[in-house]
Structure formats: C-alpha cells, structure tokens
Unconditional design. Structure first.
Lengths: 201, 160
C-alpha cells in the first residue's frame, strides 16, 4: 500500500496489528489514540460487535511529522482476532507495509498465539508476501499478569525469524510506542523510491 | 500534475455541471488511501478506510455468486429513498481505484448514481489521454538509513 507522492512530498503506509482474540490489539490502538495530541489527532474508527469485540477492523490514521522533507502518514489497522473472522483478516492484510504481532503472554494463550501466527504466515503467503522479509515486530503483551510464559519461551515458540520483540502492557502503554516506532522505522527503510510517484505529466 | 491535482480539477469541473451539490464525492486507491474528496466535513482518511473496507468486503462476498461467464463490473450501493452511499470501481493502467459518493436529501437517488457513472465514464475517456506510464520506475530505497533521533522526532507528538 505504501504510497510515495513526490509532488506533495507525502508518504502513506499501512500498519496492521495482528494476533489472537483478546490479545490487546485494539488496546494498543486506543492507547496511541489517547496519546496523540493537537494537529495529529484524527478519528478512531471501530467496527465492533455489541460486546465490543472487533468485527471488521479498527482504524486510526496517524499524521506524523516530516522526515527528510516528506510528510509521513501511517494508517493503523487492527484485525478481528476471533478465529471465525479469517476472511476479514485476509482483506485487511491487503497492501500491508508492516505488522505488529500482539501475542498474549498468558501461558494458556500459547496455542492461540501459535494458531494466529500460523494464519498470518499463510495469509501473507497467499497475497505474495514472505513473512521473513516483511517489516514485522513482535509484542509480548500482558506482561503484568501473573501467569505469563517467560519471554525466552515466547521468543522460542513464536519468533523463529528473530524479529525485534518488545515486552508490553498495552493497557498502561508500556511497549506500545516502542513497538510502533520500530515497525515504522522498518517500513520507512523498506520504501522503494518510485512507487506510484507522479503518474501524470 | 499528479493524481490528486488532476482529480481535483476534473471533479471540480464535472460535479458543478451535473448538479451533484448534496453529494460528497471521493476517489480512493483501492486500499483506502484518499486521492480526492470534495466534502470537507468528513475526514478523508476515515472515509477511505470505511469505503475501501465496504468495497473489499462486498467484492469478496460477490465471489459466492455463481459466475455467468461475462467479465462483469460490480457496483456497491447502500441507500434509502433519499440518502445513501454509492461506490464504483475503476482502473487506470495497472492501478485500481474506487469512486465513492455519499448523498442526502435527493429526490431521485437513481439519478445521482447515473450521474456518478457518467462522470466516471468521462474521466476514463479523458484520463486515458493524459496518463503516462505509471509502472514504478525507481527501485532504489527511498531512505538508506534512518536514525533513532529522526524517528524520535516524528513521534514527538506523544503526550505525557
């Protein structure tokens, strides 16, 4: 999706929060929204079920400042984590530039994390992406809970590719911006110069 | 002239002619990136995400409809007798876009849709004469390196 407009000097990129249900993807987005101030503040869009579970996606456009003369805008999306929303996850992954995989650190959620990660790999592959090469950051969320797997265990089970990983408590904001900043940097460093730049004379 | 300038010029001219005054018109890339919008009360980014999401979901649903062998172009419509949303897809060279309208207080929504289709037909005829090759040409990385300091700077909006 990345869209570099040389005329207006703008960069648009799409970052998707992926992971198992109730893992904290929407909480990440809500925390970012709370912390954005002033001119950068946009509307957060949530397509939820009646009980506040994500039905299709959450969306937050994030206007960042300029980097080397280019105004940067990140489009942050979450996918619905529940297993039966696979079709929606595939749609939201289209044109993705970077991913934050929000893993639930609780011991009993390891299987759900593995299933979600496997789904991500498959869905990316179906769309011509290779999980090994796409900008991706792992976030070990809910580190404040008592029954969590060790970070070493999460790393061993979920991060065979050795992506950057951050310990997080999305509810309080710990690790939220660290994860976002890292994936944003990886996305920007991955941008190719001429994408859809200036098609008209 | 780039896409945004071109769409602004084109739609500014055409919407006035066709009298679509109570209709907000938008052009998005298929992934929701906004390229044009004439209704400033609505946030273009949010509109892009929702219209592109609706469009993609509807298109995915259409795959369940038995095919009749023809190469059909679907349109998306969600409306009452006087207000609604209408989305039309279009392609220029290898790029896909959606043209969306949100209208209200219309006596004849069918006419609004018809006018939107007319506008799009005209756009496709006109744009074909001005678009050059849009195949990405530059394969070099845009940024060779970005420092942590630069990243800190663009994330400096974070409130305590």
């Amino acid at each position: 999706m990345s869209f570099v407009n040389y005329h207006t000097k703008e960069i648009n990129c799409k970052i998707v929060y992926y992971g198992p249900g109730l893992g904290g993807k929407t909480t990440n987005l809500q925390y970012v929204y709370q912390k954005v101030s002033g001119d950068q503040k946009s509307q957060i869009i949530s397509l939820n079920t009646e009980n506040e579970r994500t039905l299709f996606f959450d969306f937050l456009p994030l206007d960042l400042g300029e980097i080397r003369g280019f105004r940067t805008r990140f489009h942050l999306y979450t996918v619905p984590g529940q297993v039966f929303y696979e079709a929606s996850r595939k749609l939201i992954l289209r044109g993705v530039d970077g991913i934050i995989f929000v893993a639930d650190s609780q011991v009993e959620k390891m299987e759900a994390n593995l299933e979600s990660l496997s789904g991500l790999e498959k869905n990316l592959s179906e769309q011509g992406y290779d999980i090994k090469t796409i900008p991706l950051v792992m976030q070990w969320n809910k580190r404040d809970l008592p029954n969590t797997s060790s970070e070493e265990e999460l790393q061993k089970q979920l991060n065979k590719w050795n992506f950057p990983a951050y310990s997080a408590v999305a509810r309080t904001g710990q690790g939220v911006f660290e994860s976002l900043k890292m994936v944003s940097k990886m996305v920007l460093m991955n941008l190719r110069g001429g994408l859809s730049a200036n098609p008209l004379t | 002239m780039n896409w945004e300038e071109y769409f602004k010029k084109f739609f500014g001219k055409e919407t006035g002619k066709l009298g679509l005054k109570s209709c907000g018109l938008f052009v998005f890339r298929e992934d929701g990136i906004p390229l044009y919008g004439n209704y400033e009360k609505l946030d273009k980014n949010s509109m892009g995400a929702l219209m592109a999401g609706s469009w993609q979901a509807a298109r995915a649903l259409s795959n369940f409809i038995p095919k009749n062998g023809k190469d059909e172009i679907f349109r998306f419509s969600f409306d009452t007798s006087d207000r609604g949303i209408y989305i039309l897809p279009f392609s220029i060279k290898k790029s896909s876009f959606i043209f969306g309208g949100i209208f209200h207080s219309e006596i004849n929504p069918g006419q609004v849709k018809s006018r939107m289709r007319q506008i799009l037909e005209k756009l496709l005829v006109e744009i074909d004469t001005v678009v050059e090759d849009i195949t990405p040409k530059r394969e070099k990385l845009l940024f060779n390196d970005i420092s942590d300091r630069e990243m800190d700077k663009i994330f400096s909006f974070e409130r305590d």
